[in-house]
Structure formats: C-alpha cells, structure tokens
Design a protein around this ligand. Structure first.
Ligand code: MYA
Length: 194
C-alpha cells in the first residue's frame, strides 16, 4: 500500500523506524493508554475498547468487535468508527517508538461493509520516520486475521511534546490522567521520552 497524496509519501531522507529497546515484546497486549479514550479505554462503555498487541518490528495487531452502538447504516459499522479503529491502531505504534505523536493526516479506504457483531482484525506498521514525521499504514480484515480487507489507511503522525496535551486539554482530565494509579498507563501518557 502506498500513500496516494504527496504528504503521505516519505521524503527521500526518511529512515526506517527503530523499535525502542524497552518496547513491549511481540505478543504482549498494550492495554489502554487512557481509560476514557474512545478508541481503547475500558471506561468508555460505547467506545471501541480496541485491544492492541505488539507485533514483531514496529508493528501492531488489534481487534475490535463492532457493537450495535457503532452503526451508521442499519446493521453496518459507521465509517467514522472504522476510521477511529484505524487511527487508534496506528496511534498505538508510537508506543513501540516511545514517541508521543498525534494524527496529522489519515487517508482511509472503505473497501467492504462491516456488519454489526463482526470482529475487525487490524494490522499496522510504521514504514518510515523523517524528523518529527512518522509514516504508517494499516489494514482491517473481516472473517479472520487472514480474511478479506475491509478497510485500509495510510497516516502521518507528528511527534509532539507533552505540552501539546497540557496546553490544549482540560485541566481536570489532564490532572486525573497524571495521577492515574496505573503506572504503565501514566508512563504512556506522560513519561515518554520523545
Ligand atoms: C492524556 C494525554 C497523553 C496522551 C498521549 C498518547 C496520545 C495517543 C492518542 C491516540 C489517539 C489516536 C491518535 C489521535 O487521534 S490524535 C488526535 C487527532 N489529532 C490532532 O488533534 C492533531 C491536531 N493537529 C495539531 O495539533 C497540529 O497540526 C500538529 C501537532 C499535528 C502539527 O503542528 P505543529 O505546529 O507541531 O507542526 P507543523 O505544522 O510545523 O508540522 C510539522 C511537519 O508536519 C507536517 N504536517 C503537519 N500536519 C500535516 C498534515 N495534516 N498533512 C501533511 N503534513 C502535515 C508539516 O508540513 C511539517 O512538515 P515539514 O515542514 O517539517 O516537512
């Protein structure tokens, strides 16, 4: 899969991504980076509650079950929800680089409809890094981890400092996240060394 817009094509001086030495081993579940995240948080009953797992290299696999709350057309997943699943999976890649980054651009192809109760099997990988810019790609399959591709995306994440969240987020949520007793989640949110 290749970036179809110029801004999703890595520049000539881009380098291969480097997995951080402290990245979780392949096969390990990452858990939520924030309990109230719409993509992965377990405190969001109508959220996706997406479960991401480290893979080999700078890659992630993830699963998300489409619930009735996620419908757009009757009985089918809303396209924005599917884009969220791709965005969340792609965003999880940054934990393997130990970088804090936000989505700058997300280009999505909706290839097949995804019915309610379907498990979407996602795979994502970082393809290149150029300064603060992290290029990545993802697919989502239905019918099993080797099933047909239903959605795919190319993305550009931009590395930011933790101030991005402190300056732009609401103090009550920022302070609550900073005092999260879950040490690993707090590290993912605030103690990453970019
Ligand atoms: C609780 C808190 C902790 C949470 C931690 C874990 C988070 C996990 C979240 C997981 C949830 C899932 C993830 C989510 O949902 S993340 C949420 C969705 N994303 C956002 O909210 C991001 C909003 N955007 C911004 O804040 C700024 O625009 C950013 C920070 C992205 C860049 O503004 P900044 O002023 O910093 O940088 P810059 O403008 O100098 O640009 C730098 C370079 O990048 C290039 N560029 C920029 N944008 C684009 C674009 N659209 N297409 C193509 N290129 C683009 C630009 O040309 C330049 O290139 P070059 O000139 O250097 O070559």
């Amino acid at each position: 899969m290749s970036g179809r817009t110029p801004s999703l094509t890595p520049p000539d001086d881009a380098t291969a991504p480097v997995r951080h030495p402290d990245a979780p081993p392949a096969g390990e579940l990452l858990g939520a980076h924030y309990a109230h995240c719409f993509g992965c948080g377990d405190a969001q009953p109508h959220g996706l509650q997406l479960q991401a797992r480290a893979a080999e290299g700078v890659a992630i696999t993830a699963e998300f079950t489409v619930k009735p709350e996620h419908q757009g057309a009757p009985g089918l997943a809303h396209g924005g929800v599917l884009a969220t699943a791709l965005d969340e999976t792609l965003g999880s890649l940054n934990w393997l680089l130990r970088a804090i980054a936000v989505t700058g651009r997300l280009e999505t192809d909706f290839v097949r409809p995804v019915p309610v109760d379907t498990v979407l099997y996602l795979e994502a990988e970082v393809t290149a890094v150029a300064g603060r810019k992290i290029y990545s790609t993802a697919v989502g399959r239905i019918g099993g981890p080797e099933g047909e591709i239903a959605v795919r995306a190319d993305a550009l994440f931009i590395e930011v400092k933790v101030d991005h969240f402190i300056d732009n987020g609401r103090p009550e949520e920022i302070n609550a996240a900073m005092s999260d007793p879950d040490q690993r989640r707090r590290a993912r949110a605030f103690e990453v060394n970019p």
